[in-house]
Each structure stands twice: as C-alpha cells, then as structure tokens.
Design a protein around this ligand. Structure first.
Ligand code: ZN
Length: 350
C-alpha cells in the first residue's frame, strides 16, 4: 500500500458543472473573468437544490501563524505572528452528517513546520499563545452526534492533517467507522510525490496505510446534499476545495484561501497596511500563502469564492465567508486585530 494507491478512490456526490466553463489552459486573466461569470450559474444551480437541515460551527484551537504567510505582502505589523482559530463545521441533512475541517490538532503538531516551531518555542510561551478549545470528538458529543452517524469528513486541503484516527488503518480502529474522507484527487496526487515548496506542511507518511474504501476522490465540484457542495478552489494547495452552503442567510463559503474576511475586501480593513498594501499592488484580495505553489490560481479562486457568496448580514461591505482558520485578536500580536470576524455559521432549515 502506498499514497499513490489512494488515487483510485471512487468519487461521491453529484457532479456540478458550472465551473467547467472555465478554460484551465487559458491565460490567468481570462480564467479570472470566466470564473466570476461561472459563479453566477453555480449560484443558480446550488439554490435549486434546497438547504441542509442544520449547520453549526465549533472552535478547535487558537494558535500562532506567521503574519508573512497569512497576510501576504499586505500588513505592516511588526508582529511576526498573527493568531488564528481553527474551527470545524457540522452539516446535517437527512441520513447524513458532514464534518468539515475535523483537524486532529494533537497529531497535526508532527507536521514538519509545526514540529520545528514547537521545538523553538518555550513551553511557557506556547501555553500563553495556544488555546485548545475542544477536540473533534468532544465537539461532536456536545452536539449530540454519535461517531457512527458521521457519513462524510472533508478538509479544504490536507496541510498538517493526520486522518488515521478518523478513518482508521490496519492497526488502528476508525473513530468514524461509517465516514468517507472526501478529498480532491489532485491533493492525493500531490501528497504521493511532494514538491520541496509543499513538504513543510504535509505528513505523507501517515497516509500509507489508510483504507481506500474510506476515501472518496473528487475531480472538481460535487453536490453532497441539498445546498451542500464542495467546490475546487485550487491555489493555497492545488487540491484545495471550499465548502459552499445554501442557508437561510443565503450562500456561504468556507476555506483557508484567506485567513480573514477583510482579506477579501482589503479596502475596508483597518489592519495597518492592508488597505494600502492591496491598493499599491493593485490587488482586490490578500492571499494566505504558506506554500506559494500556485498564486495566480489562488487569487482566481478567492475571486470565485467572493462571487459565489452573498454579502454578510451583519456588514454588507464584507462577503459571507468563513475562513476555516480565522484571524483572531490577540494581545500578544499587536497590529493584527481583525476589522470584522465571522466566527460561525448557524443555520436551521425552516
Ligand atoms: Zn494550508
């Protein structure tokens, strides 16, 4: 068994084809406009599929992340780090439970980048800047969901993720015995032969002994349930995908292509340097770029996400978007306080 074998994993869901209108061989400027136009068609398609029964958001961990990655070429903060909060979402529809971003943050610490950072950070400092809110299993239990009820697990991408505890290996039972991990095939292909620009962020050794039948491999966009879609948004990682939800508040998207909602509308940001930095470089968005493997793709994906979603109900200057790792105010990291925080998506069908 090797990581390459995982590429045989069969897909799930119903293929959504609105973004097939984007010609991936066209110049990036052309693809950008095609993506924005196709987003209109995608919205109509998704709105016609109904809505999930419920959506809830649960905090996992708050931890430091380099400013130079999270607010790429924009912020002028002297703080080398910002604080981000990883959250998971529980999406339910009849007969199904999707857990999006179920990060096993205990095992995520073995990712080369984090292992190095931990070695260099005194325990006392770590205690101050890292807050563990709850584990995935604790959050599900608090939501009244049994592990057997979970049918899908998905991440926006597999940086830092070790999924062995969730879907099991030949020597470890699965915490979620009926769940399929839904992942873009491109992400599995990358993991099978990582490029030096990617290596710091993955744990490929933890994928060699997974069950192929516990994985669903996607080639693009699918509808998993009513109003519940996974949309390929390459860039932050080439196999990146966004969760797109149709709710009573309209359409939402969730991903890690940016770490703050204001990174999608930097002209309204009060973070020092953000508005000016974006203006100076002529950019409409500020990317989250720890692996600069596909920056123009990532830029186009964020514009696509922005075109897919509705405006925030709380502040219409901002898109209705939840960064799965969201910038969080921290007294240890001055000059990084977000102007607007999404925090959660809460939905119950009426
Ligand atoms: Zn990442």
């Amino acid at each position: 068994m090797s990581v390459s074998d995982l590429r045989q994993a069969a897909p799930v869901g119903t293929r959504l084809d609105a973004f097939d209108a984007v010609d991936r061989s066209a110049p990036y400027g052309v693809q950008l406009r095609q993506g924005q136009t196709a987003a209109e068609a995608f919205r109509r398609d998704l709105l016609g599929t109904g809505q999930p029964t419920s959506v809830s958001t649960h905090d996992l961990v708050t931890l430091p992340y380099p400013s130079r990655f999270g607010l790429w070429m924009a912020a002028v903060t002297p703080s080398p780090y910002v604080s981000i909060t990883n959250r998971m979402l529980i999406v339910r529809w009849p007969g199904n439970v999707l857990v999006f971003e179920p990060s096993d943050h205990e095992r995520g610490e073995y990712t080369p980048y984090f292992a190095r950072l931990n070695d260099q950070t005194p325990a006392l400092v770590q205690k101050r800047v890292v807050t563990r809110h709850a584990t995935v299993v604790e959050n599900l239990a608090a939501a009244g969901i049994a592990p057997e009820e979970v049918t899908y697990l998905a991440f926006d991408h597999l940086h830092t993720q070790d999924v062995r505890r969730w879907i099991g290996t030949s020597s470890e039972p699965a915490a979620f015995p009926n769940a399929k991990l839904v992942v873009q095939r491109q992400e599995l292909e990358a993991m099978a032969d990582l490029h030096p620009l990617q290596r710091q962020w993955y744990q490929p050794d933890t994928y060699v002994d997974l069950r192929v039948d516990a994985i669903a491999g996607l080639d693009g966009d699918v509808l998993l349930g009513p109003g519940v879609a996974l949309v390929a948004t390459p860039g932050h990682a080439l196999g990146n995908q966004s969760l797109v939800l149709s709710t009573t508040d309209g359409i939402w998207a969730v991903s890690e292509n940016v770490i703050a909602v204001e990174a999608m509308a930097p002209e309204h940001s009060k973070i020092p340097g953000m508005a000016k930095g974006a203006r100076t470089w002529g950019r409409e968005v500020v990317l989250n770029t720890n692996t600069p493997e596909a920056l123009a793709d990532q830029y186009n994906s964020v514009l696509k996400e922005k075109a897919l979603v509705d405006r925030s109900q709380r502040d219409s200057r901002f898109p209705q978007f939840l960064p799965s790792s969201e910038l969080t105010a921290s007294r240890y990291f001055p000059g990084t306080k977000p102007t607007f925080t999404t925090g959660s998506i809460t939905h119950r069908s009426t």
